[in-house]
Ligand binder design. Sequence first.
Ligand code: ACO
Length: 434
Amino acid sequence: MLEARHVGSAELRIGDRVCHLPILEGNGGERVLDIRRLRADCGMTTLDYGYANTASCKSDITYLNGEEGVLLYRGYPIEELAEKSRFVEVAYLLVHGSLPTRKEHDRFSDLLNRHSLLHEDMTHFFYRYPEHAHPMAILSAMVVSLSTFYPELSGNDVDEELDITTTRLLSKMRTIAAFSYKKTAGEPFVYPRHDLSYCANFLNMMFSSPVSPYEIKPELVKALNVLLILHADHEQNCSTSAVRLVGSARVNLYAAVSSGICALWGPLHGGANQMVIEMLEGIARDGGDVKKCIERAKDRRDPFRLYGFGHRVYKTYDPRARIIKNTCHEVLQVLNKKDPLLDIARELEARALEDDFFIERRLYPNVDFYSGIIYRAMGFPTEMFTVFFALGRLPGWIAHWKESLEDPEFRIQRPRQVYTGPNLRHYVPLDKRS
Ligand code: ACO
C-alpha cells in the first residue's frame, strides 16, 4: 500500500485546549484531516451523517474524482478498460493489483472454469423459495450458504487459499445468479461450460434451454463485458462499505459479500436500476408525461426521486453513464430493437439537465440511468438487473475485503454516536405504570 503524504497540520482550538491535526494528501491530491487523536487529545468526536466528509480507510484500488468525472481502477481509466479489456482481466486487476501476464490470465481463467459448478446439494435450495422470491434475496442467501459447503481459510498457505476462495466466489456467484433466474422463470438449470468465456457462459446459463439452444452473439458478450467492467468497483460506496464493515468483524468472505449484496439491493444504491425502468414504464403508461415526473422529483413533500440521477460523489456527468448510453445504442442496433423507454429516458435526461433544480444541485445521470434499457433489450427480467450489478461489483468487494485484512492500520469498524435519548430513569413494574 502506498502511504498518504503528511503535508502539514491544522490547529483546532476548543476552549483552552489546542489540538494539532495532521493533514494528509492522497495520490489524487485530495486532502484529509486526520482526526484519529481528536477524542484522546481534545475530548471530542465528530458528527457526519452519511459519512459525507469521512474517509473510512486508505485504499489503493480505485481513484474517483467526482468534480471532473474521473474514474481509475488501479490507475487505469475506466474508458480504456471498457474499450479494450474484458471483465475477467479487470477482476484480476482489482483483486491482485496489476493486469495479469498471459500465464496468470490462463491460470485465473482455468480456476474460474474449475470452480464454476455448485455443489449439487445447493441446487436443491433454489426450489424451496416461494415463486416470486426476489433474486437478490436468493443471491445473498446462497452466497452466505457457500460458507457451509466450502471451507474457510485454514491458514496453511493463505495466499493460495485466498486465491482459490476468491476465484471460487467469482465463478460460483455467476452460476447462482443464472440459477436464481431459471428458478423464477420455472425453467431447468443450465450448467456452466468449460468451453465458454465468463460472459458467454453467463448468457448461455441464462437463456439457453433444453429445447432451444441460445445463439451467443459476440456483440452481446462484448456489451456484457463492458457493463460488468463499469460496475466492477467504485471505492467506498454503500455496499463496499458494508463489505468492509462486516468484514472488519473478521467474518468469512462469503458472509461479508452477502452483506454487500443486501446493501446493493436498496433503491438508493444498486436497486436504482430496477427503479429506473419501473419509473420509465410508469411514465409510458401515463402517456409519456415526462414533465410530471420531473415536477414530482422536485417536490420536497414527495419522497419520490428521479431514479438513476444524482450521486454522492459525482457532481458532473458520471463517466460510466456516458459509456453505458453509447453501449445502449449499439446493443439496440445489434438486436434490431427499438425501445420506447429509451426515448422517454433521453427526454427525461434532457429536461432534467436544463432544469434549475437539477442544475443547482448538480444532479446528472448515474450508472443506473441507462443500464436497465440494455438489460431489457438483452432479455433480462427487471428483477435481475441488480443481480447483474452485484455480479459486476463482486471483484471490487473482494478487493476491498482483502485490502482491509492486509491493512496494517486495520481496526474493527465501530462508529460513535451522539446520544439524544432519555437520561437515567428506573424500572417501574408493569402494574405501577400509568
Ligand atoms: N431526484 C430528485 N432530487 C434529488 C435526487 C434525485 N435523484 N438526488 C438528489 N436530490 C436532491 C436532494 O433531495 C437534495 O435536495 P435538497 O438540497 O433540496 O435537500 C439534494 O439533491 C442533495 O441530495 P442528497 O440526498 O443530500 O444527496 P446524497 O449524496 O445524500 O444522495 C443519492 C445520493 C442517494 C444517489 C441520491 O442522489 C438519490 O437518491 N438518487 C436517486 C437514486 C439513485 O439513482 N441511486 C443510485 C446511485 S448510483 C449507485 O449507487 C450505484
